[in-house]
Design a protein. Structure first.
Length: 134
């Protein structure tokens, strides 16, 4: 017989500090997306997942496609140093998966950006934050 008890969502089942981190991340991604829209980008996806990795935001402006990693910390410097080599490789692999699935001949340029978010500050957009090769 199947267990019919209601299950807690992953966020409900996790520790309180994980719940806070999750909510902080979602808020930072929302701020970053709004910031990109204000800069003329169209958001194509948020929190896009593939078997090889996740991309926080995928956005397009004309023929430019950007894969954006969002980092929220108390200070910008801490956020800037928090994108690890392993994360870069996973983001690049996920970007390849996105491009294979959603090929678009209008795209001429692809970039990997980072948006740093700190409390009470305007987000900081770092263009070409890293290369696909890591």
């Amino acid at each position: 017989m199947a267990d019919e008890r209601p299950r807690a969502s992953p966020i409900q089942a996790s520790r309180p500090e994980r719940q806070i981190a999750f909510r902080t991340g979602i808020s930072a991604e929302s701020r970053a997306a709004a910031f990109l829209v204000a800069k003329g980008f169209r958001i194509l996806a948020r929190r896009w997942k593939s078997p090889v990795g996740e991309i926080d935001i995928i956005a397009r402006r004309r023929s430019l496609l950007v894969f954006v990693e969002v980092k929220a910390r108390e200070r910008f410097d801490d956020a800037a140093w928090s994108v690890t080599d392993r994360q870069r490789l996973r983001i690049a692999a996920a970007a390849e998966a996105w491009l294979a699935r959603y090929a678009d001949s209008r795209i001429r340029d692809i970039r990997f950006d980072a948006i740093l978010v700190a409390p009470g500050r305007i987000p900081r957009h770092i263009t070409s934050a890293f290369e696909a090769a890591g």
